[in-house]
Design a protein around this ligand. Structure first.
Ligand code: ZN
Length: 150
């Protein structure tokens, strides 16, 4: 695994342990060239997923990208690293269990919103407001109105 700090191709595994309730292996790595440490995760991937964008372009599912957008929505919320990783895992599993091999990006958004709504209202509203790209304040009001009825 290449060092993200200096690009050295040879890094050493210092520690390896189960994480996320056994769903992943967490490895602490050390770079002898720049002395930095970093963490990698090994996870199962059931199958390759293709996401179909709204403009029709097809891209491979990118877990890192999903993880980033969820971290933005959950910023400063009371969830530790392991909990957030489990949420991302759960979303990935739901995507992998979709019947179609090609998943519209709109569907990905819905699955993320369903999951966030279960775990944290604030993260849900943050994600939804970015994702649905509310063009008018009125849209956002009616969206919040739907929340209140739950
Ligand atoms: Zn390095």
């Amino acid at each position: 695994m290449r060092c993200p700090f200096c690009g050295n191709e040879e890094t050493q595994v210092k520690d390896s342990r189960p994480a996320e309730e056994g769903a992943a292996i967490r490895r602490r790595r050390f770079c002898a060239q720049c002395s930095n440490r970093f963490t990698t995760f090994e996870r199962t991937q059931l199958r390759d997923l293709t996401i179909v964008k709204t403009d029709g372009r097809r891209v491979l599912f990118d877990r890192e990208k999903l993880s980033r957008s969820i971290r933005i929505a959950m910023r400063k919320r009371p969830f530790d690293e392991d909990r957030i990783e489990r949420i991302v895992n759960d979303i990935q599993r739901r995507l992998e269990s979709e019947t179609e091999a090609e998943i519209p990006s709109r569907r990905v958004g819905e699955i993320v919103m369903d999951k966030l709504r279960e775990v944290d209202q604030v993260a849900y509203v943050r994600f939804a407001s970015v994702y649905q790209n509310f063009s008018e304040a009125r849209d956002f009001q009616s969206f919040l109105g739907k929340l209140d009825k739950r």
